[in-house]
Design a binder for this molecule. Sequence first.
Ligand code: GDP
Ligand code: ZN
Length: 295
Amino acid sequence: MPEGLILKGIGGFYYIKVNDDVIECKARGKFRKDEVVPMVGDYVDITMSDHEHLKGNIEKIYPRKTVLIRPAVANVDQVVIVVAVASPKPNVTLVDKFLLAAEHQNLDIIICFNKIDLDKKNKYIDLYNIYTRAGYKTVCTSSKTKEGVKDLRKLFHGKSTVFAGASGVGKSSLLNVIDARFSLQTGEISKKIRRGKHTTRHVELLAITEESYVVDTPGFSSIDLMNIPKDELAILFKEFRAYLPLCRFRGCSHTSELGCAIINAVENGEIDHARFQNYKYFYNQLRELEKQRYK
Ligand code: GDP
Ligand code: ZN
């Protein structure tokens, strides 16, 4: 059993939660030799060097379940992809891009439709239905009226969670209503000021309850399609998976083939058309990337 969890790291010191204490630790030289750098979110064993002042050394880093690069955090279990139902208008392509990145990392996914106070006529329900029918866990919130925030908080139980989503959708506001200790600045202007003032912002895990943690900084807000091979794209579309074995041809690209089970499912309304359009869009992008790479 690991003894501790790294909550943050600053200037070569790591702050490690061990039971109810936070121990300031250094990493042993052997990690440097092995080129392993401790990360926020790592489970570790430590030894104490100074009980009175709560200081110690990291002795062992446990294998990582997941590794995110931006923000750099290990062992995140799930991502909350925040979509504003209005202001800014939802961008389905971007939502699907976040979904792909999260699926690729094998994270559990929650799609959070925020700012529902701005959509009195519930026009977002079509969008909500697309993703709920695709099999995603969804929640509807307003960080302004706090509607739905309890439901969201419940989904954090026992997990380490990171937020993702376009700029301005309300990620920082949601973090703030989830836990007042976050007191993150919201809105573009204040963010710009903050960026100017504190050039080094450290990633930190904050405990919401004994077993639930949230990464204190809104996560990967811009992503490339990265290194997903085009042939592995379809399986990252959750609702495509059940159909994939049913295509007539092996190696079906699911873009135009006869007897393609995905295309059939789109035609008879089982798979959403917009999701399929995005699949083709991303597929073509990845195909272009691969062509350029092998030129
Ligand atoms: P972030 O860039 O995703 O972190 O977004 P922010 O949390 O900074 O929010 C962007 C703007 O949207 C701010 O002016 C917030 O006050 C506003 N906002 C956030 N959540 C809501 C909401 O649920 N309803 C309304 N009406 N405005 C919101
Ligand atoms: Zn197919």
